[in-house]
Design a binder for this molecule. Structure first.
Ligand code: FCB
Length: 451
C-alpha cells in the first residue's frame, strides 16, 4: 500500500440506492402508486416485464441491510424517499406509516454511525400527481414544496444532508423527451416545461429548507454529468459537442447556480423553448451547500445533419472497455468534469453521489465468493480519477458508490447488476462482491489501498 492516494480524514465514503429500485412493496401500509409502479406494470415498458414489486425487499430488510453497510465500513448512505408513501394522493393527506418507515430507517442508520444523505425525488412521482399533469403542471413546484417541508419537519432533526432532485436531466430526457422512462412521453414540446418546473420545485424546496434555519444542515442538487468530447477539430464537430454539453451538463447547473439557461437550449428546442420570467429565474437560483455529481461515462460527439434537434451523434469508441449498459469506461472523463465544474461555477463543495458499473457477475464460487474483477477495476480507476481532481484543487468532500445492492435498473429491470453487494433475487441472499471487499479496504486505509 502506498500513501500516494490518501484522502482527507473527513472524506465521506458511502454507497447509494433509490427507493423504487430497492424497497419493494410499493403499496404497503397505505402508500399510493407512483408513476414507476404504473409504468413497470404496463406491458412492453421494461425488460422481461420486470417491476419493483419485490426488488431487494429492503422495505422489510432495511435493518439487516444497514448491518451490511456497517460490515462494509460505510460512513455515509445515500437513499431516496418515496413521495407516494408519504402522500398517497401526492398532496393533502399524510400517511403516517410512510413517515414512520423512513424515521425507523434513519434511526437505525444513526445507531450504526452511518450518515444519511437523503434525496427527496428520485423519479417516483405519485401517480395521482401525474394524473394532474405531473411535471407539466406549474403547481407541482408547490406540491413538491409541501412534500419537502413535511420531510424536513419529520426528519430534519436527524438528517443533515439533503438533495432536492436526482438527475433532473434524466427526468426530462428519459421521461418526457425519449419516453424510455416513466411517464414515457415522447414530446419535445413538453421537455422545456418539465425542466422549468423541476427547477422551480428545486428552488421552492431549498427555500423551505432555509426557512427552517437548520444549523449544520446542508442541501444540494444532484445532477448527472457526461463530458462531451469533440470527435475532431472541425468547427461542426466542436459546435455539436458544445451543444450536447449545454443540453446534458449545463442545462440544470447554469440556471441553479448562475440564474440563466444556456443559450444553446433555445437553438436546440426552437419554437418549443420557453420564455422564463425573471421572477422564476430568481426562484431557481438559490444558494446551495453542495452539488452532487453522478458520473458513469463520457461521449465523443460528431456533427450529424440527419439528427434534429441536436444535429449530433455519439461516435462509438471501439476498442475501449464498455460496461453491460454499453457505456464506455473512461475514468479521465470524471477528472475532467470535476475540474470543469470548478472552472465554471467556482469552489462549491462537491460530492460524487453516484458512480459505478454494471457487469454480469459470474456465479458464486464454491466458497461463496463473487469475483467481479471488472467492477473492481472500474472502482479503483474512478477513485484514482477523483483523487487526481482533488490534487488539481477540486473541493470534493465524498464519494457514494452506485450501488450498495444489485437492484431494479429501471426499464432494464433486473438484467443489469450495479451492486457492490450481490443480491440473489430468488432467496434475497446478499453476498459482498470482491468490489465491496476492495471498497472496505479503501475506506479503512482512507485511499491508500488504491496504490
Ligand atoms: C442513474 C440513476 C440511478 C441508476 C444509475 C445506473 O442515472 O440515478 O438510479 O439507475 O443511473
Amino acid at each position: 500500500m502506498s500513501e500516494q492516494f490518501l484522502f482527507p480524514p473527513d472524506f465521506l465514503w458511502g454507497a447509494a440506492t433509490a427507493a423504487y429500485q430497492i424497497e419493494g412493496s410499493p403499496l404497503a401500509d397505505g402508500a399510493g402508486p407512483s408513476i414507476w409502479h404504473r409504468f413497470s406494470h404496463t406491458p412492453g415498458n421494461t425488460t422481461n416485464g420486470d417491476t419493483g414489486d419485490v426488488a431487494c425487499d429492503h422495505y422489510y430488510r432495511y435493518a439487516s441491510d444497514i448491518a451490511l453497510m456497517r460490515e462494509l465500513g460505510l460512513k455515509g448512505y445515500r437513499l431516496s424517499i418515496s413521495w407516494s408513501r408519504i402522500f398517497p394522493e401526492g398532496k393533502g393527506r399524510i400517511n403516517q406509516a410512510g413517515l414512520d418507515f423512513y424515521s425507523r430507517l434513519i434511526d437505525t442508520l444513526l445507531e450504526s454511525e452511518i450518515m444519511p444523505n437523503v434525496t427527496l425525488y428520485h423519479w417516483d412521482l405519485p401517480a395521482a400527481l401525474d394524473d394532474l399533469g405531473g411535471w407539466l403542471n406549474r403547481d407541482i413546484a408547490s406540491w413538491f414544496g409541501d412534500y419537502a417541508s413535511t420531510m424536513f419537519d419529520a426528519l430534519g432533526d436527524r438528517v443533515s444532508m439533503w438533495a432536492t432532485l436526482n438527475e433532473p436531466f434524466v427526468v426530462m430526457d428519459g421521461g418526457y423527451m425519449h419516453g424510455n422512462l416513466a411517464p414515457g412521453h415522447r414530446n419535445m414540446y413538453e421537455a422545456p416545461i418539465v425542466t422549468h418546473n423541476l427547477l422551480r420545485a428545486h428552488g421552492i424546496g431549498v427555500q423551505a429548507f432555509r426557512a427552517r434555519n437548520a444549523a449544520n444542515s446542508r442541501i444540494g442538487l444532484v445532477v448527472n454529468l457526461e463530458p462531451r468530447y469533440d470527435a475532431s477539430d472541425s468547427t461542426e464537430d466542436k459546435a455539436a459537442a458544445v451543444r450536447m454539453d449545454a443540453y446534458s451538463n449545463r442545462h440544470y447547473l447554469d440556471p441553479a447556480l448562475l440564474g440563466e439557461y444556456p443559450g444553446e437550449l433555445k437553438e436546440i428546442f426552437g419554437e418549443a423553448w420557453i420564455n422564463p420570467s425573471d421572477e422564476d429565474m430568481q426562484l431557481i437560483r438559490q444558494p446551495l451547500d453542495f452539488i452532487g455529481v453522478n458520473y458513469y461515462s463520457r461521449s465523443v460527439i460528431r456533427y450529424d445533419e440527419t439528427r434534429p434537434p441536436f444535429y449530433a451523434s455519439p461516435v462509438a469508441q471501439i476498442g475501449n472497455p464498455h460496461t453491460e449498459m454499453g457505456w464506455e469506461v473512461y475514468p479521465p472523463g470524471l477528472t475532467r468534469i470535476l475540474t470543469r465544474i470548478k472552472a465554471r461555477y467556482g469552489d462549491i463543495p462537491l460530492y460524487i453521489t453516484e458512480n459505478g458499473s454494471a457487469f454480469a457477475d459470474p456465479p458464486a464460487a464454491t466458497d461463496g465468493r463473487i469475483e467481479d474483477p471488472l467492477r473492481v477495476d472500474y472502482l479503483r480507476a474512478h477513485l484514482r480519477a477523483i483523487h487526481a481532481a482533488m490534487e488539481q484543487g477540486v473541493n470534493l468532500r465524498g464519494y457514494f458508490a452506485w450501488s450498495l445492492l444489485d437492484n431494479y435498473e429501471w426499464s432494464h429491470g433486473y438484467s443489469k447488476r450495479f451492486g457492490i453487494v450481490h443480491v440473489d433475487y430468488e432467496t434475497q441472499a446478499r453476498t459482498i462482491k470482491d468490489t465491496g471487499k476492495f471498497y472496505t479496504r479503501v475506506i479503512e486505509s482512507n485511499g491508500a489501498a488504491l496504490g
